[in-house]
Design a protein around this ligand. Structure first.
Ligand SMILES: Cc1cc2nc3c(=O)[nH]c(=O)nc-3n(C[C@H](O)[C@H](O)[C@H](O)COP(=O)(O)OP(=O)(O)OC[C@H]3O[C@@H](n4cnc5c(N)ncnc54)[C@H](O)[C@@H]3O)c2cc1C
Ligand SMILES: NC(=O)c1ccc[n+]([C@@H]2O[C@H](COP(=O)([O-])OP(=O)(O)OC[C@H]3O[C@@H](n4cnc5c(N)ncnc54)[C@H](O)[C@@H]3O)[C@@H](O)[C@H]2O)c1
Length: 479
């Protein structure tokens, strides 16, 4: 007979989000079980953030160095592909999770390896890899942190084409001669940057008019222009109709809508994400399997008093840092509710409300040029009914950008709420702007009045002086 083990909190999925829910709940003195079916650390550590950024860093550092007089000739040659891939392998701990398992042990949480499923309220069953079967119950909360997987389009020939998803694109051990990438989101442009620099001939197939459609239009425009300069064949307004793989190891023919077709050695489908909720027993608690989990701002699933949905799985903001932020909020809310107090700080910007998901979620796209964006775009802000003004500046208007790189190109925009005189959003595009972004995040999340930002003096000669130019332009126009 299977023994039932009771914990205060059961966490389903040990990606960055699940780990942080567990950590926060342990900090509050709650007992915690963590269930993981693959590797502790999740998508981010092994097939997403870590490997992709380890691949991108040498590419972007070389591009930066090539724009610095006196340094250019020292970095003239090709990248050392084997060393770049080895660097990536080290960053994924060679796809072993011992370090993260040790961390789970160190916080005093119990790890169950296997596929977990809800089995009625507050109960999770785990089927382990060796046929083990565990039944866990949760006194206070079950946190579903099962993340997302690639969403693949329904295409004739898809199964036989053995197309890459983000997993293969971040873990491949060899450079394909020709790589076709389908999609125009963050994965598509980051992976086009990597593989073109490592020696692939990349064709980027974008269904819409441009890339990065959720960002300010100039972001996608500048990233695509740079990819074209790097040799990527960028095609917009095209749809893939079918994929045909020639034998097992042969090339793939990519058939486009209309009559066009071309050959590639690999095809990467970077067409978005789907929730991992199809086989987690949601039907046993009255919820529809397969969808994103609807949650309130404390990350509690709508209509439940014990079920939480945290991280990618709730579709609020599919980024590791936002998942970890939600995990801190959810962990604290679970602890407060477990202590008998109703989690009361659920108002905007309260301790138990993930307000930044809606108002101030930052994202860096690690391409060349980088994109750093936080909060609302001009179009988002207008759609939401705010009375706003966008202020734009060319990043070449400050001395810091010229010093950073010869021929620096970049652009900045802030979106100002004219009624409250605070920033609702900011976007920077240019080499090195990723590290500039947090200044904007502080301004947006802090709702710092524009008049006070005027006293936040950027150091000379840094790219951050763009803040001064933006504020001068705003004040000039406001009279
Ligand atoms: C190529 C790529 C690059 C990215 N780069 C960045 C970046 O630079 N910065 C950034 O902020 N974000 C990035 N992201 C997004 C980021 O990876 C995700 O937002 C993040 O991984 C979400 O964390 P999570 O814990 O919610 O889910 P996941 O990381 O997906 O973890 C979920 C875990 O749950 C486990 N699981 C699922 N179902 C079950 C089950 N039934 N039983 C037991 N365990 C289960 C899974 O095995 C997995 O370990 C990137 C994404 C991709 C695809
Ligand atoms: N640096 C980062 O922060 C980072 C890096 C990578 C990924 N991520 C996150 O991971 C998530 C997934 O990224 P993604 O780029 O896969 O998804 P995405 O949703 O950002 O972009 C998917 C793109 O594919 C297109 N598309 C969808 N279906 C298509 C089809 N059938 N044919 C052609 N095009 C199609 C969409 O129009 C869109 O442009 C994102 O939410 C992103 O925020 C973050």
């Amino acid at each position: 007979m299977t023994r039932t083990v009771e914990y205060d909190v059961v966490v389903l999925g040990a990606g960055p989000t699940g780990e942080n829910v567990a950590g926060r709940a342990r900090d509050a003195g709650l007992s915690v079980a963590v269930v993981e079916s693959e590797l502790v650390g999740g998508e981010c550590s092994y097939w997403a953030c870590m490997p992709s950024k380890a691949l991108l860093r040498p590419v972007v550092a070389r591009a930066d160095a090539r724009r610095v007089p006196g340094l250019r000739q020292a970095v003239d040659g090709p990248l050392d592909v084997a060393a770049v891939l080895a660097h990536r392998d080290a960053y994924t701990s060679h796809w072993k999770d011992d370090g993260q398992v040790a961390w789970i042990d160190s916080i005093g949480a119990r790890l169950y390896r296997g596929h977990g499923r809800l089995h009625g309220p507050r109960r999770v069953v785990v089927d382990g890899p060796e046929g083990e079967h565990h039944v866990l119950t949760a006194r206070h909360a079950v946190a579903v942190c099962t993340g997302s997987r690639p969403a693949l389009p329904e295409l004739p020939g898809l199964a036989g084409a053995k197309a890459w998803t983000s997993r293969e694109a971040t873990s491949a051990q060899a450079v394909p001669g020709r790589l076709a990438i389908v999609g125009g989101g963050v994965v598509a442009v980051e992976m086009a940057t990597v593989w073109q620099a490592l020696g692939s001939r990349v064709t980027l197939l974008i269904r819409g008019a441009g890339a990065l459609p959720r960002m300010e239009p100039f972001a996608g425009e500048q990233v695509l222009a740079s990819l074209v300069e790097a040799g990527v064949d960028v095609r917009t307004g095209v749809s893939v109709a079918a994929l045909v793989r020639d034998g097992d190891g042969g090339p793939v023919t990519v058939v486009l809508e209309g009559s066009d077709k071309f050959e590639a050695d690999e095809v990467l489908l970077a067409t978005g994400r789907a929730p991992r909720t199809d086989d987690i027993g949601l039907e046993t608690v009255g919820l529809e399997p397969g969808g994103w989990l609807p949650v309130d701002d404390s990350l509690r699933v709508t209509g439940s008093d014990w079920l939480y949905g945290v991280g990618d799985v709730n579709h609020r903001a599919l980024m590791t840092h936002q998942g970890k932020y939600q995990a801190r909020i959810a962990g604290d809310a679970i602890a407060a509710r477990a202590a008998g107090a109703e989690a009361t700080e659920t108002g905007r910007w309260g301790a138990h409300a993930a307000t930044a998901d809606h108002a101030a979620a930052p994202q860096v796209v690690f391409t060349d040029p980088e994109v750093g964006a936080v909060g609302l775009t001009l179009a988002d802000a207008e759609r939401a009914g705010h009375r706003v003004r966008a202020v734009d500046q060319d990043l070449t208007s400050v001395a810091g950008s010229g010093l950073y790189a010869d021929g620096y190109r970049g652009h900045a925009r802030i979106v100002v709420d004219l009624d409250r005189e605070i920033l609702l959003g900011a976007t920077f595009v240019g080499p090195g702007v990723g590290e500039l972004l947090h200044s904007a995040t502080v301004a947006v999340a802090g709702e710092v009045p524009v008049d006070r930002l005027w006293h936040a003096v950027p150091a000379y000669p840094t790219i951050s002086e763009i803040w001064l130019r933006l504020l001068e332009a705003y004040r000039e126009d406001q009279g």
